[in-house]
Design a protein around this ligand. Structure first.
Ligand code: FNR
Length: 366
């Protein structure tokens, strides 16, 4: 009773198929968020409070939505963000995301807690395909250093250090299904306790003492651009500039960490005017993730000043429901939506997207 892939017309369709067809434990891990899941809901809803002010009578016969992120030219202004445990959804795991990313010329961020090994995912890339690495920082810095140096040696083009997870959030759906995972490539030799769900079981190595003081150390062990993933207030964006990192991801980890964290796009709307006022807007690349489901969401974030957006669950759901073809179709749907969205807003390239094209009076207190 699964619909044909061609009957999926948008990213939400993959979610409803995945919900019906995935194993309960896997669905619980992918779909869950922290506590009452208020931030999870808010992530997508925040986009619904942003309206367009399109331009008319612009020649939009040809539109180009390619862009450059951290020096990499991408066909579309989004990337596949890091999501752990790909094999819970599909036996082949993250390499399916790698292949779809190659086909559409978008970047994939490889999670520390991928089910496939880091090298398998790097090996699945073809030609000059660009990949980034997401890092959970181990209490044992020697392990972290080894991982980082290896990633750079293998050609990763960005190090995204997750900074919103000194402790994993409480994801009760995941805890209820008490998932015992076989599929993860867990970091060396730790004991795990599955009674708190998959997330807690695999994350006990993460160092809660990580602080700003560690940033220069990372800069001393790698030449990869460093991006802080999970920044939630403008003060910390300014601090990131002062520390000389190349980017931040305004993100609340898909609602999986602090419930009642604001959506990334709301933090973006607060951030960009301050950066412009301080003359810092060209010193750092600002990415956003959380709740991006439509090309209009992507366009809104770019209008507000984002370099690009990350998309997580939709690709996991597409992969779980339909394998690699599902991820390919999800990206194709976004491509079609982007073309239409750019035309209807009256822009032929992403550098024309600017704050005057959106009305954020209902977004929040700006
Ligand atoms: C994540 N996310 C995440 N982030 C990270 O830094 N390291 C990780 O291991 C994971 N793992 C992970 C697993 C699953 C199942 C999900 C859904 C998410 C967070 C992810 O990178 C991103 O911030 C959100 O997924 C973005 O929100 P959407 O697109 O899922 O709404």
């Amino acid at each position: 009773d699964k619909p044909l892939l061609s009957q999926c017309y948008n990213l939400m369709d993959f979610e409803s198929v995945a919900k019906r067809t995935m194993k309960r434990g896997a669905w619980g891990y992918y779909s869950s968020a922290a506590d009452d899941e208020i931030t999870l809901r808010e992530n997508h809803e925040a986009f619904h409070r942003i309206w367009f002010r399109p331009r008319i009578l612009v020649d939009v016969k040809k539109v180009d939505f390619s862009t450059t992120m951290l020096g990499t030219k991408c066909d579309m202004p989004f990337y596949v963000t890091a999501t752990a445990l790909g094999k819970l959804g599909h036996p082949e795991g993250e390499v399916l995301l790698t292949k779809a990313a190659k086909k559409h010329n978008v970047v994939q961020m490889i999670p520390t807690l991928a089910s496939c090994s880091f090298d398998e995912i790097m090996d699945a890339a073809e030609g000059d395909q660009v990949q980034w690495m997401q890092l959970y920082v181990n209490s044992d810095r020697a392990i972290t250093e080894r991982i980082v140096r290896h990633a750079e040696k293998r050609g990763c083009k960005g190090l995204f250090i997750t900074v919103d997870a000194p402790q994993l959030g409480r994801r009760e759906k995941d805890m209820r299904s008490k998932f015992t995972d076989q599929g993860s490539n867990v970091q060396s030799g730790q004991q795990t306790d599955n009674s708190q769900g998959a997330a807690r079981a695999i994350s006990s190595f993460i160092d809660p003492s990580l602080s700003w003081k560690d940033i220069p150390w990372f800069q001393s062990i790698t030449k990869m651009p460093i991006i802080l993933k999970g920044v939630q207030r403008v003060e910390d964006v300014v601090r990131a500039v002062e520390y000389g990192v190349q980017g931040v991801v305004l993100s609340n980890h898909g609602g999986r960490q602090l419930d009642f964290a604001r959506s990334g796009v709301e933090v973006l709307a607060e951030t960009m005017p301050v950066l412009r006022e301080l003359g810092l807007q060209n010193r750092i690349e600002i990415f956003v993730d959380g709740g991006v489901r439509r090309a209009t969401d992507i366009i809104k974030a770019l209008c507000l000043g984002a370099t690009g957006v990350g998309i997580g669950r939709p690709f996991l759901y597409a992969m779980s429901a339909y394998g690699g073809d599902g991820v390919d179709r999800a990206m194709q749907l976004l491509r079609d939506e982007l073309e239409m969205g750019m035309r209807l807003i009256g822009c032929t390239s992403v550098d024309q997207l600017n704050p005057s094209l959106v009305d954020i009076r209902n977004l929040g207190s700006h």
